[in-house]
Ligand binder design. Structure first.
Ligand SMILES: [Zn+2]
Ligand SMILES: [Zn+2]
Length: 280
């Protein structure tokens, strides 16, 4: 299967997973989605559905437009589906497939299995996509990776895993190697400095009910890298993270096992996005 991270981060999230005969989209947080898929010559002839991890805007911004163009059902937990309909994010008439935790559902030649995530949404989940030959795990917005999640992900060939923030930067409002300023100022060298200092309540929300730190992401990679050959780091904060910091942390965690590590940068603009893609 091919996996393409079309967009990743708080500005938008969207992942394509597919082979020659079946394909699926996980989260529709990217505008002009159909056009983008077609321009990239990805398999839009056999789209089987839209999986939605949770109802936050950065994951569903273009869900309605995509469903209108693709005519596919939505796969999500019951809580997420309810939020999508009540929030008018998808039409009530949209095809809906309820994904219960650890119970596979069929989407053409693909098997989709949801697992619980920990995030401040109605009923957030991750997904495992299996085409019979290979298995890709998608684990986005979650503030922790439970033992159950690790068990599910360890059976995957590749895992897309959140690596949202650098704990040291979140704590001190500067990156470990940067001694120049608390927030980006005239003397700042730029790419290592925090752009905006977040208020305490927002930091607490991110840490306790929001997102996964580089450190927790790397701890997960250390446990899984004997079984999983590819990790794609996703949903990096543009404020409290940098791709090189997340990458180095993950490399150190993968250690001798030699897992491939990809890092998806924040979406800047859909035409300038830096894509991560891999094949398993
Ligand atoms: Zn998100
Ligand atoms: Zn979210």
């Amino acid at each position: 299967m091919d996996c393409v991270l079309l967009a990743s981060g708080s500005k938008g999230n969207c992942i394509y997973v597919g082979n020659d005969s079946d394909s699926i989209i996980i989260d529709a947080g990217l505008g002009y989605l159909m056009r983008t898929l077609q321009s990239m010559r990805l398999n839009t002839e056999n789209l089987r559905g839209l999986c939605v991890t949770h109802e936050h805007t950065d994951h569903v911004r273009s869900a309605k437009a995509f469903l209108k163009a693709a005519h596919v059902p939505v796969f999500a937990s019951g809580g997420t589906l309810n939020s999508l309909v009540s929030g008018n994010i998808i039409p009530a008439s949209a095809g809906k497939i309820i994904c219960r935790e650890h119970i596979p559902v069929i989407a053409g030649g693909l098997e989709i299995t949801a697992f619980r995530a920990y995030h401040d949404a109605a009923e957030p989940t991750g997904f495992v996509i299996d085409d019979g030959d290979s298995r890709i795990g998608i684990c986005l917005d979650t503030h922790k990776v439970s033992d159950t999640m690790k068990t599910v992900l360890s059976a995957c060939d590749a895992v897309v895993l959140e690596s949202n923030y650098c704990s040291a930067a979140m704590k001190s409002d500067r990156f470990p190697e940067c001694g120049l300023c608390r927030s980006c100022g005239a003397n700042c060298q730029g790419n290592k400095c925090v752009l905006h200092v977040y208020p305490k309540y927002l930091k607490d929300r991110i840490r306790d009910d929001g997102h996964l730190s580089n450190e927790d992401s790397s701890a997960c990679i250390a446990e899984l890298s004997a079984d999983v050959g590819i990790f794609a780091l996703a949903h990096l904060s543009e404020n409290y993270n940098r791709p090189n910091i997340a990458r180095e942390s993950a490399w150190a965690a993968a250690g001798e096992n030699g897992a491939e590590i990809y890092v998806s940068d924040q979406l800047q603009d859909y035409r300038e996005r830096r894509l991560v893609s891999f094949h398993v």
